[in-house]
Design a binder for this molecule. Structure first.
Ligand SMILES: Cc1ncc(COP(=O)(O)O)c(C=O)c1O
Length: 374
């Protein structure tokens, strides 16, 4: 990235895990410009071959049978929330409309998704919180079990919390949730808006745990920078969502579908995900070395693949500022964590250059008097 001042920056933020294939990837540019010369919009009253193709490819690559395209992550979540409620209602349980979510979650900025996220700073000043969300502690199975009531419809969780500070839900917790949902007739919804489409070294992060959801929200990386999202579901979970029950004007438009297909061309290439996993390991190793050398600055390294977080002993704002001074872009998150989310096509050379800049930032910070981060 080149700043308005002409300075070159190494981008370890990728638009918050969006530019999965970097900026202006030639395959994406040609897919978009080719489509732009044909047709931009028809409304989904008409068949859209690009959308059908992308939906089929997503379904073939995942647990899902059905795909609903949206323009953003929050809309994908709205679809997921509505689908879970509709499923219970269609099964004769309209009283089951509540969804259990987790402390530190982030699911978007619509009225329903700020209620799902449950964070005061996003809820304040917007009137009564949308009803139907029960938030509990992260990673406590007993608490989860007790939180399920006859009104519970579903459990909604990010396999790795992004905004919350790269907090990975232990695989055993995801397995436990799947079992609870199966035993109690609930739906399991994964929010893979930030973790999905290769970010963690698997196509979707839940694959690491070997657990599949009933519904999954996806966005960010799926469009490589073009605004789009998707809600994926099994036939069973989607059974209440018959034609006309939910809709969108722009979701699944031909431009987005052309880019989405082009992103998948690359992400599904043999060895692409292997590259992400390897690059992630290399980055993690080098960061661990930095943690050993600068224990007064770096406290912990978290995450999976190229979704890594550095928990620091100063505020993420201060750490991100120090990285910026070394011409490295990173993203602050909750829990005193700075996120490193480079494009998935990053080379080893670029990755090591990034580590050199993080090291330089640590050297600069260790010479400064420190302010307490937590
Ligand atoms: C896990 C997660 N869910 C949902 C969203 C909301 O996506 P959008 O901003 O595209 O509405 C985000 C955005 O950061 C996210 O990280």
């Amino acid at each position: 990235m080149i700043g308005s001042d002409g300075e070159r920056y190494l981008d370890f933020g990728a638009g918050i895990a969006v530019n999965s294939l970097g900026h202006a990837h030639p395959h994406l540019v040609s897919a978009l410009t080719e489509q732009a010369q044909k047709i931009w919009h028809t409304s989904n009253l008409f068949q859209m071959p690009g959308g059908e193709k992308l939906a089929r490819r997503l379904a073939d690559a995942t647990f899902a049978d059905k795909v609903f395209f949206t323009n953003s992550g929050a809309e994908a979540l709205e679809c997921a929330i509505k689908m879970a409620r509709k499923y219970q209602s269609a099964n004769g349980h309209p009283e089951r409309f509540r969804i259990i979510t987790f402390e530190g979650a982030f699911h978007g900025r619509t009225l329903a998704t700020i209620a799902a996220g449950g964070q005061a700073k996003y809820l304040e000043g917007f009137g009564p919180k949308v009803d139907g969300f029960d938030q509990i502690a992260f990673g406590d199975h007993e608490v989860l079990d007790r939180a399920i009531t006859p009104e519970t419809a579903a459990i909604l969780v990010e396999p790795i919390q992004g905004e919350g500070g790269i907090r990975t839900l232990p695989h055993a917790c995801l397995k436990g949730m799947r079992e609870l949902c199966d035993a109690k007739g609930l739906l399991l919804i994964f929010d893979e808006v930030q973790t999905g489409v290769g970010r963690t070294g698997k196509l979707f992060a839940h694959e690491w745990a070997g657990v599949t959801p009933d519904i999954m929200a996806v966005a960010k990386g799926i469009g490589g920078g073009f605004p789009m999202g998707a809600c994926l579901a099994t036939d069973e979970a989607a059974k209440g969502m018959t034609a006309g029950v939910h809709g969108t004007t722009f979701g699944g438009n031909p431009l987005a579908m052309a880019v989405g297909n082009a992103v998948l061309d690359i992400v599904l290439e043999e060895s692409f995900l292997e590259h992400v996993a390897k690059a992630g390991l290399l980055l993690r190793q080098r960061l661990a070395e930095l943690k050993d050398r600068f224990p007064d600055i770096i406290e912990e390294i978290r995450g999976e693949g190229l979704m890594l977080g550095l928990r620091t002993r100063m505020t993420p704002g201060e750490f991100v500022g120090a990285l910026r001074a070394q011409k490295l872009v990173a993203i602050p998150a909750g829990d005193n964590v700075t996120r490193l989310l480079p494009p998935l096509i990053i080379s080893d050379e670029e990755l090591l250059e990034g580590v050199r800049r993080i090291e330089a930032a640590c050297v600069a910070l260790s010479r400064k008097p420190m302010t307490a981060g937590h």
